[in-house]
Write a protein that binds this ligand. Structure first.
Ligand code: ARG
Ligand code: GLU
Length: 695
């Protein structure tokens, strides 16, 4: 018995010791390379990242700054999620050509649709510039002094870095400012929409299935990168040519099964893995619940109106998805933290840290950090909540309030600098047009009445009848004349007059207090990171996500979310049919897909059991921004497309637990099946390189 326990402990430890982390691609040699190989990878660090030869990283593009995409043909074809291309698909959609509902397929390059503002950025090389950036930064300096020295050094490093004319550079902080890297990048700006399945495939299950497994969503869309005559980044031109990439990913028709190695390569946005227990407690017990409540109140109105009207559905599709996504994520995050006893575990870890400090005799140096966190957070909590609630009401959910907020910024700009008139006005005109493109007064008024009380302010529905902001033409009239006229017009508007004192309270009091109280926490977090790495040098440290290119790896694995329940790692087309509810806004299934299923017309895309795999789970540590990231097999082929995490595992942004945290990927065979058999876009399949690495 005793022996068994030891063995079990060892096994569990082994699994967890080798999981978790989002690693810097240029630093994989050694520990990561060994770990990956022990998990089944046949790749070397150089296969993944190489500056002198083409490598996997050359196929990975940051999609519009918020998602990931990968090149899958020598003609610049890229794959990302349906929900990443959603805004573009929506913007090309009308009631007559409803690409959201029916899907879109360009049957030739001439039919591919340009997208204003959309870009894809590749990483050319990564360089450690820590010494340069921290040069002249001393412990004795104030936080402000440190910051300005760091900014100065970073700017200098970027200015003097040698690069090609069409490239860019940026410097990013890692390990809370303990390390700095410079990135040389190439940004392509002529990106055209190639294909998207109908939402009943690309968003199948919608909010009910979002963040959960078993999942059956074909969350993908296709775009193409165009470049100039020299294959370099260029603005849109009809003369541009399909981009010839340094590398593109072959696609495996063999898939992966439980226990197989996978790595996910992409641009994770933001994680917070080194928070003290007191912060996790604040976020999950106090902060999340209030923001969840505000979003829920908004969604109640939006969801209802979208079901009632197709016009509203098209207008609010993107906005609704954005609001609902974080709303549901936060609920899952709270559940996961609770269920895994994350706070207690973090406290236990802190005790280990404190003990190690004692043993090393470093209490003088670092012993105050944790008690200081307790003090700072207690003071910070109320203002953090209040400030974020304002953002949720004024900038996330309620559009009239958002318009008044933007207008207020113009008034401020004009008062402090009358010469800013043209620029400030142009900015606001752009904002107003953007909002009105997808605006419905009824929806917004309902949202206002629901959310404002949660921010503790009295509502006045009559402002919606009297304001100029709810109609684009009359809103633009407010901006006619000179600076004085504009300021007068704005202040005479009833919605503006209603919102102004609330906005001023936010800017002058709430946000100011927030900045003042958040500064010391950020500084302490930097110190804590340094202290941890020095005091417990053998723990597993990986830098928090910061929208830079990272590698995460693991294996295909199911999981057990609660007693007696085990989720197998793969879902199948059979499950789509099981979930089918005719005419339902979340679970309808297109006739064509049901026909293919009934005829078992799967082409080469079924697995060895004759079933079409749809989604699968892995132990890859991912976060928002990893959407659209490729899941790559042991020999460098594309097998999956990352798009989500499981409900109980969304806490991984603060507390990665290999027992329960899983990322969700679409199986590439389902993607190919939809492109080929469902959409009949065989010319796209012909562009790709399909391989059979398993035989
Ligand atoms: N949860 C995934 C992510 O965080 C997918 C979101 C898109 N889907 C949706 N139903 N809103 O982005
Ligand atoms: N759906 C997320 C995104 O848009 C990825 C899933 C996650 O947060 O893990 O990036």
């Amino acid at each position: 018995m005793r022996l068994l326990k030891i063995v079990l402990f060892f096994v569990v430890f082994q699994v967890s010791a080798q999981q978790g982390g989002m690693w810097i691609p240029s630093l994989l040699e050694g520990m990561n390379e060994d770990e990956m190989q022990s998990l089944g990878s046949k790749l070397t660090a150089k296969d993944i990242y190489d500056v002198n030869n083409s490598s996997l990283k050359d196929a990975i593009g940051h999609f519009n700054g918020g998602c990931t995409s990968e090149v899958i043909s020598d003609k610049g074809l890229i794959l990302t999620n349906h929900h990443c291309g959603f805004g573009q698909i929506q913007s090309h959609s009308t009631l007559e050509n409803d690409y959201l509902k029916d899907g879109f397929w360009a049957m030739s390059m001439e039919e591919e649709l340009p997208n204003k503002g959309l870009f894809v950025e590749f990483i050319v090389s990564i360089h450690d510039v820590t010494d340069t950036v921290l040069n002249g930064v001393a412990d004795a300096m104030t936080e402000k002094e440190k910051e300005s020295q760091i900014t100065k050094n970073s700017n200098e490093a970027m200015k003097t870095w040698s690069k090609e004319a069409w490239q860019d550079v940026k410097v990013k902080s890692f390990y809370k400012g303990n390390q700095y890297f410079l990135f040389v990048t190439e940004r392509f700006e002529d990106i055209r929409l190639v294909g998207a399945p109908p939402s009943s495939i690309g968003k199948f299950g919608s909010d009910t299935d979002n963040w959960v497994f078993p999942r059956h969503t074909g969350d993908f869309s296709l775009f193409r990168i165009y470049a100039d005559a020299n294959n370099r980044p260029a603005k849109y031109s009809k003369d541009n040519k399909p981009y010839q990439p340094k590398h593109f990913l072959p696609i495996s028709l063999d898939g992966v099964e439980e226990g197989d190695f996978t790595m996910v390569f992409g641009f994770p946005g933001r994680t917070n893995e080194y928070l003290p227990a007191v912060a996790i407690e604040h976020i999950t017990k106090e902060y999340n619940p209030t923001n969840i409540a505000i979003r829920e109140a908004a969604l109640k109105v939006i969801d209802q109106k979208m079901k009632e009207s197709d016009a509203v559905r098209i207008k609010y599709a993107s906005k609704q998805a954005r609001i609902a996504n974080a709303w549901k994520k936060w609920i899952g995050e709270n559940l996961g933290i609770d269920k895994s006893n994350a706070v207690e575990k973090r406290r236990a870890f802190e005790a280990t840290f404190t003990k190690a400090l004692k043993e090393k005799g470093w209490e003088d140096k670092y012993g105050d950090i944790l008690p200081e966190f307790d003090k700072l957070y207690k003071d910070f909590a109320p203002i953090n909540i209040k400030r974020r609630n304002f953002i949720e009401v004024f900038l996330v959910t309620n559009e009239l309030m958002q318009m008044t907020f933007r207008a207020y910024q113009v008034e401020r700009a004009l008062l402090s600098n009358p010469n800013s008139l043209n620029r400030a006005k142009a900015g606001l005109v752009g904002r107003l047009k953007g909002i009105h493109k997808n605006y419905d007064v009824d929806v917004d008024k309902g949202v206002y009445l629901n959310v404002m009380p949660l921010y503790g302010k009295k509502t006045d529905a009559s402002i919606y009848d009297k304001t100029a902001f709810t109609d684009l033409d009359s809103a633009l009239k407010l901006l006619e004349g000179n600076a004085d006229d504009i300021i007068k017009n704005l202040n005479n508007d009833p919605a503006y007059a209603y919102a102004k004192p609330i906005i001023e309270e936010f800017i002058n009091t709430l946000d100011a207090e927030y900045q003042q109280k958040n500064g010391p926490i950020t500084a302490l977090q930097t110190q804590y990171m340094t202290a941890l790495m020095k005091t417990l040098p053998n723990a597993r440290y990986f830098p928090d996500a910061n929208s830079t290119l990272r590698v995460t790896y693991g294996q295909v694995r199911g999981y057990s979310p609660r007693d007696a329940v085990y989720y197998k790692p793969v879902s199948y087309l059979d499950g789509v049919i099981e979930k089918y509810v005719p005419g339902d806004y979340e679970f309808d299934v297109p006739q064509k897909l049901r026909d293919l299923y009934n005829a078992k017309d799967y082409g080469p895309y079924a697995d060895s059991n004759g079933k079409v795999p749809v989604c699968f789970l892995g132990t890859n540590h991912t976060t928002g921004g990893n959407s659209g990231s490729p899941a790559i097999d042991a020999t460098g082929n594309l097998v999956g497309l990352n798009f989500d995490r499981v409900w109980e595992g969304t806490m991984s942004d603060m507390n990665y637990d290999p027992e329960i945290c899983r990322n969700i990927m679409v199986d590439l065979r389902y993607v190919l099946f939809i492109i080929d058999k469902f959409a009949g876009a065989k010319h796209l399949i012909a562009e790709m390189k399909l391989v059979h690495p398993k035989n």
